[in-house]
Design a protein around this ligand. Structure first.
Ligand code: ADP
Ligand code: MG
Ligand code: MG
Length: 878
């Protein structure tokens, strides 16, 4: 167990900063163990109260103040902090310890600053009320607005001590009206209740949603950090800020941050007032600024990575309140890893662990084509890259609804808060008019890989009227399409055309690595992945274009060519003839017409792959998939009849569809079963492969064909096909490997026998999952997976990431028994899991030889295959 498991990220890093001798206010951490116990039983674990007593006493000694002291009271913050950062998802309560009496003491201790003391007290009542007692936050906001209006000011700072004191009374009334009891005047009771509320915030709706989105396990729980308060709101020589040791958007070296004078930290994160760039602190308080830079350099050296920090300055004294290895954009991840590698801070293996396939996938997104000189209506902070086009929507819930209806949406808000999460997840892009790179919108969007432009302060967002007005007077109403560029911060009217990303252009060979620091970083790190990976990477491709692209993207062969795609389009009538054939002659004639077409397809594929292995799967789906749907045909036939028109062909098709109807087509007449039942079908395909190979050989093109039989469950099925194939191939003088998919559980369990008739195995993990779980893929995801995810039956759909324990066990059994029977058995996977990072790590661990995935995923698979080679078993792929 790591420190972070027990103390959470925040607590662990606070402890580490304290150990490094950095200025951290005294405090202690209640472990995630206690939280888990609380969430299980609804009660604090035995002895927790005593331990808190003990550590509180120590904290009081260190701080030189006591909780509840009427002259010099200690105040603390009660802060959530889980193992994985969940920005803004859980609760933090500041200023715990203030009461009607200690507030006077606090004013005295701060040189008679009564305004500050009352401001702190009203913040406590607000945060405690909202978080601990579920008092609606709007009540407090409304009271604050009313107080400001009465005073004729729009700024909190316009309220004086007397106003705030009155506001505290109003807040207490709101609290009592809502909870039926007075605001607690016992600081220890405040503390205990706050701790419990933080425990419970682990299961707040938005936190649950965020975890699901980020694939964070549901049962970790949060730690609770109790930290002596320091005050950034004690006047102009105080303040608070957030900073990064490098630019988290581009990875460029150099400190980056936001600072807000005379404020408590929550103000920065909430984007309530506009911050100034950190550099301006240098002019206000040079000493603190220099100290901060020294500390940040120290933190980078210690963590050997980009760090982000939260700090507060109390009357010229700098305090560190938080640090962690900072979130960053995908581009920054690559650039930083390559830079640290260049600087000798980390080695190439470690650089590989600093980036993920998901990040690489994100970098392959297209960007806007600006050659049409579109009109830019606003500019904001480029907070999370990408090119998003969608209808402007001003409300998170509506955004989720509209997106669910299939319309691309850009969520437009003044600023976002955690309640906006459902809309943020559903949106293509997020646009806000307030807040910087560290605002809620920016942090969450970067985490999700969603395009985001924030702080576009040239636009005036009117959420109630559902519109915004740009600086040039343009009005965008709900439903109007806008384009936002998260890489440049630009906002455009209408839908802009998009163009490929530089990384894709590099893969395509039209951009050299030297042209762009990001591309250079990708080239360098992916090069290392290729060097260390054991898994080969192939592509699933059925056409020349796909195969050619796959090669440019680094595929080492084709792991799956689906021949059924070659039966569609204008060839459909030929397939209909095959299905409707009443005599052997009719059937053979139909097959004979299909043969040259298939042969031409395979020639093109072999040409594209030029000697690399090409795995051709014999026809897999049930034949009726090639016929029109039953309803459509019935209507056509009925219409023709009512009009007295001829309906011979349609009627014949209808008869065939009715005859071939299956209750469970996925478990019916398909794959090898079809090949054994329809004479000549597989033979035609195998002949097409062989003749294509011969044709290529004549042109001097090397070929390496592999024939793959789908849906085998028994060795006898494979043997029957193999025998026919061997006879055909040898009569034509062509060599090809013959293997099988392992996608029926029985095949996995009898793999030792099946291996006798197979040169290779390729796992079809979609079907293996479908049949392993008994889940009909087409139905279950929409029907009940949400509930299953909620219940934690699995953390992610088993169709997305392979279920290691169940389906994965079938894979392991098949690998072990197959190889035992036949040590040179070549084994791969061609289901969609072949391009999924977590699954790739599993396939590496299970000893496969290759993964095969869609051409666009090939670079991702190369990277993840490399990562799995340098990582410990079961490593994190998030
Ligand atoms: P989050 O996880 O949402 O960042 P934090 O626990 O870090 O929540 O608290 C939010 C903000 O409250 C911090 O950024 C910090 O500025 C402020 N804060 C927390 N603890 C203290 C403290 N002991 N003294 C002063 N400010 C604090
Ligand atoms: Mg924080
Ligand atoms: Mg299958």
């Amino acid at each position: 167990m790591e420190l972070k498991d027990l103390l959470g990220g925040k607590g662990g890093n606070l402890a580490e900063m304290a150990r490094l001798g950095l200025p951290v206010p005294p405090g202690f951490t209640v472990t995630t163990d206690a939280c888990r116990a609380y969430l299980r039983t609804g009660d604090e674990p035995f002895g927790l109260g005593d331990e808190i007593d003990l550590h509180l006493e120590r904290l009081e000694q260190q701080a030189g103040r006591r909780l509840g002291d009427t002259v010099d009271p200690l105040l603390v913050s009660v802060r959530s902090g889980a193992k994985f950062s969940m920005p803004g998802m859980m609760e933090t309560i500041l200023n715990v310890g203030l009461t009607d009496t200690t507030v006077i003491g606090l004013a005295g201790q701060t040189g008679g600053d009564e305004r500050f003391a009352w401001d702190s007290y009203r913040r406590l009542i607000q945060m405690f009320g909202r978080t601990v007692c579920d008092v609606p936050g709007e009540r407090f906001d409304a009271a604050l607005d009313a107080a400001k209006a009465a005073k004729g000011t729009t700024d909190d700072l316009g309220l004086d001590a007397g106003d705030l004191r009155a506001l505290v009374e109003t807040y207490k009334d709101i609290f009592t009206a809502h909870t039926g009891r007075p605001f607690p005047q016992d600081p220890r009771e405040q503390l205990d209740q706050s701790i419990r509320a933080v425990f419970s915030s682990w299961n707040a709706e938005r936190a649950v949603l965020y975890r699901r989105q980020e694939h964070i396990p549901a049962d970790l729980g949060t730690a609770v950090n109790i930290v002596a308060m320091v005050f950034g709101n004690l006047g102009a020589d105080s303040g608070t800020g957030v900073a990064f040791t490098r630019d988290p958007a581009t990875g460029a070296a150099g400190v980056y941050g936001d600072y807000l004078a005379n404020a408590q930290g929550e103000d920065v994160v909430a984007g309530i007032r506009n911050t100034v760039p950190l550099q301006e602190l240098a002019t206000v308080d040079r000493r603190s600024y220099d100290e901060l830079l020294t500390i940040m350099a120290r933190l980078e050296e210690h963590y050997r990575d980009l760090c982000d920090i939260e700090f507060t300055i109390e009357r010229g004294k700098l305090w560190m309140l938080q640090t962690r290895v900072g979130k960053r954009t995908a581009a920054a991840a690559f650039v930083i890893a390559a830079q640290l590698l260049d600087d000798g801070v980390i080695d190439a293996d470690e650089a590989l662990t600093r980036v993920t396939g998901a990040q690489l996938a994100q970098l392959m997104f297209p960007t806007f084509d600006l050659s049409g000189r579109p009109e830019r209506i606003a500019t904001g902070v480029a907070a999370s890259p990408g090119a998003a086009v969608g209808a402007a929507v001003f409300d998170a819930r509506r955004a989720a609804d509209v997106a669910a209806g299939g319309t691309a949406v850009v969520l437009v808000r003044r600023e976002t808060n955690p309640d906006d999460l459902p809309g943020m997840i559903a949106a293509q892009g997020i646009l806000t008019s307030r807040g910087g790179k560290t605002s809620h919108a920016a942090v969450v969007a970067r985490g999700m890989g969603t395009t985001c432009v924030c702080g576009a302060d040239g636009i005036d967002v009117d959420v109630d009227a559902r519109r915004f007005t740009a600086g040039g007077g343009q009005v965008v109403r709900e439903g109007d399409v806008i384009s936002i560029d998260g890489t440049t911060g630009s906002v455009y009217l209408g839908a802009l055309p998009v163009q490929p990303s530089p990384v894709v252009r590099y893969f395509e060979g039209t951009l050299s690595p030297g042209a762009d620091p990001l591309v250079a970083a990708v080239d360098r790190i992916l090069g290392h992945a290729d060097k260390v990976r054991r898994l080969a990477v192939r592509a699933n491709a059925d056409t020349f274009d796909d195969a050619a692209r796959a090669r440019r993207f680094g595929a080492q062969g084709i792991g799956l060519c689906r021949t059924e795609h070659m039966f569609l389009g204008e060839r459909r009538p030929l397939v209909e003839r095959l299905i409707l054939a009443r005599t052997n002659e009719e059937r053979d004639a139909a097959l004979a017409d299909l043969l040259p077409l298939q042969r031409a397809d395979f020639v093109r594929l072999f040409q594209a792959m030029n000697g690399l292995p090409v795995t051709i799967r014999l026809i897999d789906p049930p034949l009726h998939e090639f016929l029109p749907p039953l309803e459509e045909l019935s209507v056509k036939v009925a219409l023709a009849q009512s009009r007295g028109e001829p309906d011979g062909h349609d009627r014949a098709l209808l008869d065939a569809v009715q005859r071939m109807h299956e209750e469970n087509p996925m478990l019916g007449l398909r794959g090898v079963r079809l090949g054994l039942v329809v004479p000549g079908l597989f033979a035609m395909q195998i002949r097409a492969v062989a003749e294509a190979a011969l044709a290529c050989r004549e042109q001097g093109v090397a070929v390496s064909p592999e024939i793959m039989v789908p849906l085998v469950g028994a060795v006898q099925e494979l043997e029957a096909v193999r025998e026919e194939a061997m006879w055909l191939l040898s009569s034509l003088g062509v060599q090809a490997r013959i293997g099988t998919m392992i996608e029926v559980p029985r095949a996995a369990l009898t793999a030792g026998e099946i291996a006798r008739a197979a040169d290779f195995f390729s796992f079809g993990t979609n079907d293996l999952t479908q049949m392993g779980w008994g889940f009909s893929r087409d139905d279950v995801e929409g029907a009940f997976f949400t509930r299953y995810l909620e219940l934690g039956i699995f953390g992610v759909s088993p169709f997305e990431s392979i279920d290691r324990d169940g389906v994965g066990r079938l894979v392991r059994i098949a690998v072990d028994e197959g190889r035992r029977a036949r040590p040179d058995l070549h084994i791969g996977v061609c289901g969609e899991h072949g391009g999924d990072p977590a699954s790739i790590h599993f396939f590496h661990d299970a000893g496969l030889d290759y993964v095969s995935c869609s051409p666009f995923r090939v670079p991702v698979a190369r990277l993840e295959a490399g990562r799995s080679a340098v990582a410990a078993t079961g490593s994190d792929t998030r």
